[in-house]
Design a protein around this ligand. Structure first.
Ligand code: DGY
Length: 325
């Protein structure tokens, strides 16, 4: 019998031919609707491999549902949706999709920064809504990006790619990270800062931090109160690093000027959420890496990881290396 691969979303057939040629492959039959929990649990009982989305909760129940599971291949660079400790304990390899999405996600982060700064979405809706009656000096005036200070929280590969874009805009670059990035300091003039220093000095505070126990609720009311009143907060990392109630208060009370958010505490965010009622919030539906080219490359990488593990070769982008020991 061929090993069984279950994919939790409908993906284009041509992106998974490598898998269908070698394994028995089944997919959840919707592109946009997540696999129901019961289906995932049922499929996990028999699966040798799962290809999962960042919206799937891959917890102990899923990881211990069957006895064949060897690899969980997550279609994202982040893997906070997976209980890594249990996976490792169970000897299950977890893989992600780093590197291939770096530039695409940095493009989105910078686009969101620009959109929030220059009120692009608001201005486009203004024209389409028939509100434009004439030119005036401060009509939809936003904030400059050129020569301002950007503060990047989470200086991984995507953070560095955002910093390269910021350098092109003549920005001063501050960053905060668990480890110093000496190359970025040398090549981009990025300056390592304490978290408190960064949030108080930056005109644009950009969070690219992954979700971990240390980063959960990192951006509290106290942190927003330290930011400049003209600061713009951008989040393209993970929603739960932000206390959303605190962010709402800070935006509403003018403690900060605006926010550009691609990620939220609970996704999808409901249209009546208080944050979405604020005119100074630009919100996107978690599309950081969503270019057609990059998503296709990510899917192929997920397939390559599954194929490698099920064929007894080393996975390309493993997250829990300890499992191989
Ligand atoms: C990821 O890959 O973790 C990103 O959030 C996708 O946009």
């Amino acid at each position: 019998m061929k090993p069984y691969v279950y994919i939790t979303r409908k993906l284009p057939e041509d992106t998974i031919v490598e898998l269908t040629e070698h394994f028995e492959v089944k997919m959840w039959n919707h592109e946009d609707i997540p696999v129901p929990r019961e289906t995932l649990l049922e499929e996990a009982k028999n699966a040798d491999a799962l290809i999962t989305m960042l919206s799937d909760k891959v917890d102990k129940e899923v990881l211990t549902a069957g006895e064949n599971l060897k690899v969980v291949s997550n279609l994202a660079v982040g893997f906070d949706n997976i209980d890594l400790e249990i996976a490792t304990k169970q000897g299950i390899i977890v893989t992600n999709t780093p590197d291939v999405l770096t530039e695409t996600t940095a493009d989105l982060a910078f686009a969101l920064l620009m959109a929030a700064a220059r009120r692009i979405v608001e201005a486009a809706e203004y024209v389409k809504g028939g509100k434009w009656e004439g030119w005036s000096p401060y009509l939809l005036a936003g904030h400059d990006v050129y020569a301002k200070t950007i503060g990047i929280v989470g200086m991984g590969k995507i953070g560095e790619a955002v910093a390269r874009r910021a350098k092109g805009f003549g920005m001063e670059i501050l960053y905060h990270n668990r480890t110093r990035k000496l190359d970025a300091e040398k090549e981009l003039g990025a300056v390592y800062s304490s978290f408190e220093d960064l949030v108080s000095k930056a005109d644009y505070v950009v969070s690219l931090a992954p979700l971990t126990e240390e980063t959960r609720n990192l951006f509290t009311a106290d942190i927003f109160s330290k930011m400049k009143n003209s600061a713009i907060f951008i989040n393209v990392g993970r929603g739960p690093v932000v206390d959303e109630q605190a962010l709402y208060e800070a935006l509403k009370n003018g403690e900060i000027a605006a926010a550009g958010l691609d990620v939220f505490e609970k996704e999808p965010i409901s249209a009546d959420h208080q944050l979405l009622q604020l005119p100074n919030v630009t919100a996107l539906p978690h599309i950081g890496s969503a270019s057609t080219e990059t998503r296709t490359t990510m899917i192929k990488l997920c397939g390559a990881n599954v194929k490698a593990v099920l064929s007894g070769d080393g996975p390309k982008t493993i997250v829990n290396k300890e499992v191989l020991k």
